[in-house]
Ligand binder design. Structure first.
Ligand code: M6R
Length: 629
């Protein structure tokens, strides 16, 4: 989950690499570095901490090298210190490599290289790679003096185990940049007489929108005149780039103090876009087709008896809401798994199962591995067990897009803030659409009820706008009171229990305040012992099946002196009396309420973190795209 960039062309590489790294900083920000080739030498600058530190170091760097590579790191092997920062070079300083991923067999490789006299200066897994390439170059040169950097890199990567993406340059090959992909994302950008590689396309869109996404097991040679792609066996492949439909403005803050705040405000638009894409505006109860147009092939709907959802973090919370909807609306038994657990403790194989992977980045290694494992183990069984994989994502161009048979685009666009906000709400809308579509086809709810839900769904963007309008100032003020708070509890029930989990996750990841989400009814079975006047309790209490129950659970907390904050409709008298502070939302049918109740919780987390002076968009120890298992 680091970010890598590479450039070869006619311009000065350093500025282009830095610009690219800025767009990739969301992937990791423990250290950063660049290396470039100029006058037969590799020149390298690295800095611990944020990219800003590297920028400062580069202020007086006057090397007009037209080829270079760059890296922004999320530390896995070795502390975030300068000597562990990428690029790493071989022992002679003639080859430089940046890597995103983990080399699982690096210890064995390092011992073998050490025995041959190679010396190591870092604790990273990456440092074996330039040395391995140097070693392969030496071996190949003994056979044929015309050996290429590509061949040596290919020999080296065939010895690596793990998931990785690489960019490689060598002072002895000043017109070549080698890019490698194996289970970690890497794309190539095509400009006029210049070429790029990057872990994610925003790093290149300022220069080109013509992009080729490498597949696993491929490596590319970039020269000033073109790009050749090969597989790890050395066969040349025919590959065609695509044109991205991208607006670079989307990755700017546009006047907001943080990307997270901007993305919170984008939510009405995101929900609108998703509903416009999937709701049939001409549908009536007399229609003979589904009110939802997901564009999935007919085969998707055949033989569908149960669903399993794999995801991580916030996407896992979206999966929990999805389970509620699929079971309550479409009557399909659904299980939700942490992807990181599922892979190593898979459930027994059941026939006719749909597996859904939910991921905003489309690159989360745990989720991709779980989907891949499911695909493999089911492919070996009979047709009853055949894999049927659906991806729910906003990044159709990502790895999940290549892995699954069916895709739902959540229309959220790219999200930069590490804390997921608009992508979460978009995943929820995708689950509403899927559950309603299946409910229609399986005839599990009456048509007039379906019509009522669809009608209310259409009102949600305006209702989210009203929360944003009314609440920000108020939540900002309320947040001041919790700047020193050490623990928070979030409670909810039914379809709002996952929202309690999401509220707690948002708060802990950006404000570093300890927070837990619980099903409200569980409090009395243990967690209530935590409560006193110092532990605020945020309760999600929306009218419906469990409204009174949540209010009673909130009262139980109040009786233990907890300060009670209610996410509840403004004009509910009963709720007003129970709560010390209100985060009001419009009254809406309970089933749809998660799309509203999550908004104040995002605001609360944002304002507490901002008030504490923390780096909201890039919280410590985290990264936006978690491409290691
Ligand atoms: O890209 P994904 O949706 O697969 O990411 C999953 C989690 O890493 C992610 O949701 C994480 O928990 C976020 N930082 C939450 O805000």
């Amino acid at each position: 989950m680091c970010g890598i960039v590479g450039y070869i062309g006619t311009q000065t590489a350093s500025g282009i690499l830095l610009e690219g790294l800025q767009k990739l900083e969301y992937r990791g920000y423990d250290s950063a570095g660049i290396a470039a080739i100029w006058e037969g030498e590799i020149h390298r600058v690295r800095a611990k901490g944020k990219l800003q530190n590297l920028q400062e170091k580069l202020a007086n760097w006057q090397i007009p090298a037209p080829i270079g590579i760059g890296h922004t790191r999320w530390a896995t092997h070795g502390k975030p210190e300068e000597h562990n920062a990428h690029p790493h070079t071989d022992v002679s300083g003639r080859i430089a490599v940046v890597q995103n991923g983990i080399i699982e067999n690096y210890r064995e490789l390092r011992e073998e290289l050490k025995a041959k006299g190679y010396v190591f200066h870092s604790e990273t897994d990456t440092e074996v790679i330039p040395n391995l390439i140097a070693d392969e170059l030496q071996k190949l040169k003994a056979i044929d003096s015309k050996v290429s950097l590509l061949d040596a890199t290919r020999q080296a990567v065939n010895q690596l185990e793990g998931a990785f993406a690489l960019a490689v340059i060598s002072a002895d090959y000043p017109d070549e940049l080698i890019a490698v992909r194996q289970q970690a994302p890497l794309s190539i950008g095509f400009g006029q007489g210049e070429f790029f590689c990057a872990s994610d396309t925003p790093a290149m869109v300022a220069h080109t929108r013509t992009v080729l996404t490498l597949e696993n097991g491929e490596l590319a040679r970039l020269t000033p005149t073109g790009v050749d792609v090969y597989n790890f066996a050395g066969d040349r492949l025919r590959k065609y780039p695509k044109t991205l439909n991208w607006n670079p403005i989307l990755v700017e803050k546009q006047g907001f103090k943080h990307f997270m705040l901007k993305e919170i405000y984008e939510q009405p638009g995101v929900v609108r876009a998703c509903l416009e894409a999937y709701l049939d505006s001409d549908w009536t109860v007399e229609s003979t087709t589904s009110p939802i147009r997901l564009g999935l092939a007919d085969s998707f709907y055949e033989n569908l008896e149960q669903v399993q959802i794999v995801a991580c973090g916030t996407s896992w919370h979206a999966g929990l809401v999805g389970k509620h909807l699929l079971e309550q609306l479409a009557d399909i038994p659904t299980q939700v798994h942490y992807a990181s657990e599922f892979r190593y403790a898979p459930t027994p194989l059941m026939p006719h199962t749909l597996t859904i992977g939910v991921t905003q980045s489309g690159e989360t290694a745990d989720t991709l591995s779980a989907l891949d494992m499911e695909k493999r183990r089911r492919s070996e069984m009979g047709s009853k067990f055949a894999p049927k994989l659906l991806g729910i994502t906003n990044r159709l161009d990502s790895t999940i897009g290549h892995l699954v048979d069916y895709l739902i685009d959540t229309h959220a666009g790219i999200e930069i803030g590490v804390a997921a906000t608009k992508t979460f709400i978009a995943q929820l809308v995708a689950f509403y659409c899927l559950a309603l579509d299946l409910a229609y086809r399986r005839k599990t709810i009456p048509l007039d009820r379906l019509d009522q839900i669809v009608t209310e769904l259409r009102q949600l963007p305006a209702q989210i706008e009203s929360i944003l309008e009314v609440q920000e100032r108020y939540v900002e003020q309320l947040a001041h009171e919790f700047v020193e708070t050490q623990d928070f509890i979030f409670i909810g029930r039914g379809i709002n229990f996952p929202i309690a989990l999401e509220g707690a996750l948002k708060l802990k990841e950006i404000s570093y305040i300890h927070a837990e989400g619980y099903p409200a009814g569980e409090m009395k079975h243990g967690p209530i012992a935590l409560l006193d006047a110092k532990v605020p309790v945020v309760a999600i209490a929306m009218p419906g099946l469990v409204f009174e129950k949540v209010l009673s659970n909130a009262q139980e907390a109040k009786a233990r002196d907890a300060r009670l904050i209610g996410v509840t409709p403004m004009d509910d008298q009963e709720a007003r009396e129970v709560f010390d502070d209100l985060l009001p939302v419009p009254e809406v049918e309970e089933l749809l309420s998660p799309l509203l109740t999550v908004i104040p919780l995002q605001f609360l987390a944002y304002h507490i973190a901002a008030r504490r002076g923390l780096d909201v968009d890039q919280p410590r120890n985290l990264a936006k795209s978690v491409t290691v298992e």
